[in-house]
Write a protein that binds this ligand. Structure first.
Ligand code: FAD
Ligand code: NAI
Length: 468
């Protein structure tokens, strides 16, 4: 059409598609350009959703395998039909990506299947997936092109032997042995999936603890639990190099503090040492958009890039690479473009690791508070003392609550335990509303629920818990 768009969003991931729907709902004439062929970006296609599908299925298998007998449930001939597992995962992803296409239609977002790049700051040239080309004009553009796996020098991804998370989600069969380079979120989630299905998994992590940024006490407790489950960790080890052997791979590692080299072999090497921003072929720099020293699109106040009418959000800009962070930013940009006040509270963004038990955190870690010289109080409560966890026979883990020593305001909540990812929402709300631990401690929680453990951890921070 000849009328320019109010907003063209490049990238249909959680940042981009949410921004597009919100902008359309606010009355802006909106388009979204996505080259993948399906909407939902990394998260829906090769990230959050397929990984959670495999985590759920592998968890159920392991539960049946290890725990059902003790619960008095008899199962015979338990096994895994891997082709069906993969089909189920694909069905889940397919229904969700199609669902977003439906939401685009419902909200009248124009959807261009193709590669978008800047022809000028107000013109987006699209190489359509059907081979045609089209240039659309726009008043504003939102860059939401996301991220991709960072390759490891010398271990190029072939997605068969040397794999990123994308390959790990679609293996042809359950491997006998797997090496995971990087004990971060992807590392522990994928290690859990395959360890549960019988793979011998070794995780090599450079730092002295896994999942680096989380609260250290939680990280240590979490690692102990994963070790008990059977995952091997080589912490404080660096990878010197490796080789794709065609039918497997080898990796040579060395303790960071010095010591003997070790060579490990496996069917697959999963490289999960972080993701990098994706801006290839976008032509952003040619219109004056600047990248920072880590290749991320540099943004200022209100997600502006310094080029009039060009904004950026999500994994391609600074901040945690999380779907919900990208979504919040997408909503904020749509609101700002509609003359409203868009805002993201970066102090209240939860992080969840979907292992069993789960890890969930929000706010400051104890290490961060110490470093900043903040006077804090600490409360904690173990799931062992929670009646629902007992009833569910799922008692591992604890909750840790950090509050301002003087005002009792919640500063951080950290959980390793059953359903931590759902439970953290209450703590996020508390931080968002500026709650004190006493507020949560005096709020009635249904009995018997796991969420009572958060109430008791808050009681422990403010006065004393009842059940400890
Ligand atoms: P993306 O989702 O990466 O979307 C960007 C899209 O832009 C892509 O679809 C790409 O094809 C498209 N694109 C790029 N350039 C162009 C162009 N020039 N033209 C057209 N299209 C283009 N986060 C969580 O919060 N929870 C989780 O449980 C979780 N699990 C994850 C598991 C894995 C294995 C991985 C890899 C990631 C996971 N993440 C999770 C992170 C999450 O996927 C990202 O934070 C999120 O997808 C970022 O959203 P985004 O919209 O910024 O970018
Ligand atoms: P990550 O940053 O979480 O972890 C990378 C790990 O690799 C770190 O522990 C780091 O110390 C280690 N490492 C780096 N270089 C190394 C080396 N040379 N040798 C050994 N170890 C090395 O990155 P990851 O796991 O790849 O995930 C990428 C992003 O995807 C994360 O930022 C995360 O936010 C997102 N994600 C989120 C999930 C969730 O929310 N549940 C699930 C999966 C991914």
């Amino acid at each position: 059409s000849s009328q320019p768009f109010d907003l063209v969003v490049i990238g249909g991931g959680p940042g981009g598609y949410v921004a597009a729907i919100k902008a359309a709902q606010l009355g802006l004439k909106t388009a979204c350009v996505e080259k993948r062929g399906t909407l939902g970006g990394t998260c829906l296609n090769v990230g959050c959703i397929p990984s959670k599908a495999l985590l759920n299925i592998s968890h159920k298998y392991e539960d049946a395998h290890k725990n059902f007998k003790g619960l008095g449930i008899k199962v015979d001939n338990l096994g895994v039909d891997w082709a069906q597992v993969q089909k189920k995962k694909g069905d889940i992803v397919g229904s969700l990506t199609k669902g977003i296409e439906g939401l685009f239609a419902k909200n009248k977002v124009s959807y261009y299947k193709g590669w978008g790049k800047f022809a000028s700051k107000n013109e987006i040239a699209i190489d359509l997936n059907d081979g045609k080309k089209e240039t659309i004009t726009t008043k504003n553009t939102l860059i939401a092109t996301g991220s991709e796996p960072t390759p490891f020098p010398g271990l190029e991804f072939d997605e068969k032997i040397i794999i990123s998370s994308t390959g790990a989600l679609s293996l042809q069969q359950i491997p006998k042995k797997m090496i995971v380079i990087g004990g971060g979120v992807i590392g522990v989630e994928m290690a859990s999936v395959y360890q549960r299905l019988g793979t011998e998994v070794t995780v090599v992590e450079y730092l002295d603890n896994i999942c680096g940024a989380i609260d250290l006490e939680i990280s240590k407790a979490f690692q102990k639990i994963l070790i008990k489950q059977g995952i091997k960790f080589l912490i404080g080890h660096k990878v010197l190099g490796g080789k794709n052997l065609g039918n497997g791979a080898e990796v040579t590692i060395e303790p960071v503090k010095g010591g003997d080299k070790i060579t490990l072999t496996a069917d697959h090497v999963l490289v999960s040492t972080g993701r990098r921003p994706y801006t290839q072929g976008l032509n952003a720099e040619s219109i004056g958009v600047k990248l920072d020293n880590r290749g991320r699109i540099q943004i200022g106040h209100n997600f502006t890039t310094g080029v009039d009418g060009v904004y950026a959000i999500g994994d391609v800009v600074e901040g945690p690479m999380l779907a919900h962070k990208a979504e919040e930013e997408g909503i904020a940009v749509a609101e700002i473009l509609s003359g409203k006040v868009g805002h993201v509270n970066y102090d209240a963004i939860p992080g969840v690791i979907y292992t069993s038990p789960e890890v969930a955190t929000v706010g400051k870690t104890e290490e961060e508070l110490k470093k900043a010289g903040v006077q804090y109080s600490k409360g904690s409560f173990p799931f062992l003392a929670n009646s629902r966890a007992k009833a569910n026979d799922d008692i591992e883990g604890f909750i840790k609550v950090l509050t301002d020593k003087k005002t009792d305001k919640l500063l951080g909540v950290h959980i390793v335990g059953p359903n931590a990812g759902e439970m953290i929402a209450e703590a996020v709300l508390g931080i968002e509303y500026g709650a004190a631990s006493e507020d949560l401690a005096r709020t009635c929680h249904a009995h018997p629920t796991l969420s009572e453990a958060l109430k008791e951890a808050c009681m422990s921070a403010h006065f004393k818990p009842i059940h400890m």
